[in-house]
Design a protein around this ligand. Sequence first.
Ligand SMILES: Cc1cc2nc3c(=O)[nH]c(=O)nc-3n(C[C@H](O)[C@H](O)[C@H](O)COP(=O)(O)O)c2cc1C
Length: 210
Amino acid sequence: MSAVAQRVIEPSVLYFGTPVALISSVNPDGGSNLSPISSVWALADRLVIGLGLEGQAIANLMRDGGCVVNLPNAELWPHVERLARATGRQAVPAGKAAMGYSHVADKFALAGLHRLRSELVNADRVSECPLQIEARLSQTPDMAAAEARGFAIVELTVLRVHAHATITHLDSHHIDTTRWQPLLYVFRHYCGTSAPQGANFRAETPLGQT
Ligand SMILES: Cc1cc2nc3c(=O)[nH]c(=O)nc-3n(C[C@H](O)[C@H](O)[C@H](O)COP(=O)(O)O)c2cc1C
């Protein structure tokens, strides 16, 4: 195979195909805020998310300690984009204002999404998201490091996972990957996934089993 030409590039973002998550967190007035993010990964019962310090989500999380990581499917992207220039911050930071952000108190209404009460945390879940993960802070983020770079790296412990029955295998805890179509953020474009291409040796269901 001939060598592929390579280039050094300086992309403005590195969202190379990360899932979109809607973080619900509790505002000071007790209502739930909704923050789209795409900095999220999971290992066992831990989730790590990246939250900018100028947003409302980090302030809510530091105060309340709990949140829900709601995972939309690909077709929900217009609802996510409706949130794209909204912040729960009452006083919109200058940088966000310059990008066209405004304060919105009820982001569920703005997005056209519906609330479900959580079972173990104070923040509401997003009914339309096929996966909703209740979680709490595992440890206080390093805020000195966060201030230095402008965002916090937040470790969460998973408390409970809720799934639409339509994306699970009957009578099991497995997700049917032919039905679960996560919304990916790919260099600021919203994308879906293709049909499953293969299975890992540890996969517990055959490829394409429904
Ligand atoms: C698809 C998408 C992905 C985003 N990813 C992140 C992210 O990973 N981390 C982050 O802090 N902000 C991210 N943002 C920007 C936040 O949504 C924005 O900071 C917003 O102010 C958060 O709402 P809040 O201020 O009410 O918390 C993303 C926005 C969109 C639309």
